[in-house]
Design a protein around this ligand. Sequence first.
Ligand code: ATP
Length: 477
Amino acid sequence: PATSLQDIIAHAKEYGFVFPSSEIYDGLQAVYDYGQNGVELKNNLKTVWWKAMTQVNDNVVGIDAAIFMHPLTWKASGHVDSFNDPMIDNKDSKKRYRADQLLEGKAEQYEKAGDEARGQALRDELGRLQGAEDMEGLRNLIISEGIVCPISGTANWTEVRQFNLMFSTQVGSVAEDASLIYLRPETAQGIFVNFLNVQKTGRMKIPFGIAQIGKAFRNEIVARQFTFRMREFEQMEMQYFVRPGTEMEWYERWRDTRLNFHKAVGLPAEKLKFHIHEKLAHYANAAVDIEYEFPFGFREIEGIHSRTDFDLKSHQELSRKKMQYFDPEINQNYIPYVVETSVGADRLFLAVFCNAYTEEVVGEGDAQKTRTYLKLHPALAPVKAAVFPLVRKDGLPEKAQQIVKQLRSEFRVIYEERDAIGKRYTRQDLIGTPFCIAVDYQTLEDDTVTIRYRDTTEQVRVPISELKQRIGYDVST
Ligand code: ATP
């Protein structure tokens, strides 16, 4: 049977990957905490991304900008005026929905029932109304399509309103003149406002990139899709500054580079695809999403956008500071164009986790059972290797501990002596540990151990001196 999102959520919780936030108070919608194994997997993904940006390229450097920024930043970026979702409320259930999501859901229903044409027609109409920001038109379409609230079952809808997705708070005490400030809805702006600081202090020559990993916040109205759409999440973004007129070439190059990255972390080619945007955001002249096939369908994990000079130009206008670069090769000043790659760390985590979750029927007849394990790339697994003494006596524990000590400066390795060895293997399978190293009586004689491979359950006897080389894996991007 196909894996459901429910299986994923249950496994993530049960084995210390993802917990609902403030669970003892019944949780907080669309906010999640990473547990002891989840944080390792997420950190590994971030490290692989960071290296793929700042280590593999000569001309990409990183920064870490603050979450709070001057309020004019969000005026310049367009977020104050147009970072909105169209919302509609059901008067009976008092539940709030995104108007576009209700209509997309209906289009999906048509398509699932085999009526592709009707689904497509609905999507086209939705696109047209959104483009025209026609709120009344959206409401009329919801009503004429007979869409009802899943909770109340009625079509008693309010008007459609634009709802800004930014969270705001105050800086300064209330007594003084406190001012309104936003939690950043994307990390990109921290890079744009620092573009010249980095260019000058790093003596960077165009084309060059600035990469960043950091939290972003959006007051999303959420469909229940676990960590796919969160209110607090992490982005991994890279803005690549190029000479105007060369942006399409870089856009295509980064699009392909980023697709290869997702394959390198283990996502299979057939579960990845490009989705080219026809309707472009106000800042872009080309945009493509990389989509992954989640248990709930193909959805965006990363966006690659050609953002023109939109952001730098509007920061120049509002700040009255020059955002220009002098290009010595053509002897000209210009505002660079930007190609951006933007991936959610949490969405990538979810994609990798869904992809790793494996259920296999093993054994025959009465002995048949389901084996569940996480087929994570060894470089991403929370625990790289677990070391087991076969029995808890005769010096085997001490020998096993010695091996842990040898490996632990390079890899995350754990020691485990509780329960029968079969159970220990199973526990490691469930968190995706790629290698289990068993110490037995023969180890004491000839310094060899067995390595048991997670995916095949095959066991191989190897000298202790070869362990480092056998378990050391990198993601090559
Ligand atoms: P969507 O259409 O799904 O709302 P978006 O097009 O608004 O996404 P971008 O603004 O392009 O997304 O953000 C870039 C990336 O940041 C996305 O590809 C996604 O991986 C991640 N991201 C955006 N919003 C969220 C969120 N609410 N929760 C988790 N990740 C997110």
